[in-house]
Design a protein. Structure first.
Length: 183
């Protein structure tokens, strides 16, 4: 829990489209991190039956997918911040900028906005690194869970067909037609 303590508040993100405006976006990452920590701490008791094991496994896989999607979302925000930084860096520092703060459009200068956008980008990158660490822990936990309960994932029909077509594509040999086909 101490790992995530600095990020239990809200993270403010700024976005700017081609030097026209900057919008403030508020993400509540604390909720996601608290859920992750609660699941890690709450899963210490042994499941009762196969169905309980399957349900716990499915919830762990769902958590991994949620972390992946949050990381992807934040990476998109970082790339938008990079675009904004690259767009306003060459501009005159005294040039006017507009920024949305809590639903109110506020006039600022490039000199005031650029450091804020850079700080927000750095904060996002730090959150991404922490989420990546949490993802690795969760993956390890799922792998241990799979090993403990000997869980193997069955492949669907589509995946089996894909694998068989890959095997056929890698096979080497000569294709020969019927004996009477040469005439």
């Amino acid at each position: 829990m101490q790992l995530y303590a600095p990020f239990l508040g809200e993270l403010h993100l700024e976005r700017r489209a081609f030097g026209v405006s900057i919008a403030l976006v508020t993400l509540s990452i604390s909720v996601l991190l608290l859920k992750i920590m609660a699941k890690v701490e709450g899963d210490s008791k042994e499941p009762l039956n196969e169905q309980a094991v399957a349900n716990i496994y499915a919830s762990k896989r769902t958590e991994i997918n949620q972390i992946y999607s949050k990381i992807t979302e934040l990476e998109m925000e970082v790339s938008e911040h990079s675009l904004v930084i690259n767009a306003i860096k060459p501009l005159d520092p005294s040039r006017r900028c507009y920024r949305m703060i809590g639903g109110v459009l506020v006039e600022r200068t490039v000199k005031e906005v650029l450091p804020a956008v850079q700080r927000n980008k750095e904060g996002l990158e730090e959150v991404i690194s922490r989420l990546t660490e949490a993802l690795e822990k969760k993956k390890k936990e799922v792998a241990e869970f799979e090993a403990k309960y000997k869980i193997r994932i069955r492949k669907g029909d589509d995946e089996m067909k894909d694998e068989s077509s890959k095997k056929e594509g890698n096979a080497q040999g000569v294709l020969v037609g019927p004996a009477g086909a040469n005439e």
